[in-house]
Design a protein around this ligand. Structure first.
Ligand SMILES: O=C[C@H](O)COP(=O)(O)O
Length: 250
């Protein structure tokens, strides 16, 4: 049985004051949530959020990491630094990083390795663009993104990973994939891992991301291979995020 995970990706939003209010709202409403709940916050707020979520059920994560261990990489943040601040997860290869910051499949694989080496879990994002979906390439694109990481880490590395399927056309657009569309891709991801190691595949959590809102979340999370969500916009409003978390209660 896989424990559901609902992850909030705050992206480049927040302020010390707004974060405090959001976290107060979340912490006050977690009692009827049974899934694991993660907040992935901008780097400068790691210390603030880490202190605030200590001894609570909220888990802390980051949104990016350097593929390098340490050195002359101005502006970069190493995985060990994130671990020091209490991060348990790091989002890797979000489509915004791939598209806007030129992250290749290989860099994404190296980042996953860096996160694992520092004792944390990568949340590896994969997903197709609208043009790729229209061209019937969805499964091929997702399979390629996954196989580069599988080749680099070996399937054993996936024992501590989370995969997030995020169709790029659904991110921030209000267009959610239909539960059956998402389930089809999630099942293909699990099958690809199962072909290498059925045990790892059985326990691999695969999240759906892309305009997840309180309405419709329960139907998504009821799909056999959807193990939770990676939530952007709705993660910035405590009552919406909590409603999504409750929709993941099993
Ligand atoms: O990481 C989260 C995803 O990019 C989804 O964002 P969204 O819920 O605002 O569409």
């Amino acid at each position: 049985m896989r424990k559901k995970l609902v992850a909030g990706n705050w992206k480049m939003h927040g302020s010390i004051q707004a974060n405090a209010a959001l976290l107060d709202g979340l912490l006050a409403g977690l009692s009827d949530v049974s899934s694991e709940v993660l907040v992935c916050v901008p780097y400068p707020y790691l210390a603030q959020v880490s202190a605030k979520v200590q001894h609570s059920r909220l888990v802390l994560g980051a949104q990016n990491v350097s593929e390098h261990e340490a050195g002359a990489y101005t502006g970069e943040v190493a995985a060990a630094m994130l671990a020091e601040f209490g991060c348990a997860y790091v989002i890797v290869g979000h489509s915004e990083r791939r598209e806007l910051f030129g992250e290749t499949d290989r860099i994404v694989a190296m980042k996953c390795a860096a996160v694992l080496a520092a004792g944390m879990s990568p949340v590896l994002c994969v997903g197709e663009s609208l043009a790729e979906r229209d061209a019937g390439q969805t499964k091929a694109v997702v399979s390629r993104q996954l196989s580069v990481v599988l080749d680099y880490l070996g399937v054993a590395g996936f024992a501590k990973m989370v995969v997030a399927y995020e169709p790029v056309w659904a991110i921030g657009t209000g267009l959610t994939a239909m539960p059956s569309q998402a389930q089809e891709v999630h099942a293909a991801i699990r099958a690809q891992v199962a072909a290498l190691d059925p045990g790892v595949a059985e326990y691999l959590r695969i999240l759906y991301g892309g305009s997840v809102k309180p309405q419709g979340a329960a139907e998504l999370f009821a799909q056999a291979d959807i193990d939770g969500g990676l939530v952007g916009g709705a993660a910035l409003v405590a009552e919406d995020f909590l409603a999504i978390c409750r929709a993941a209660n099993s």
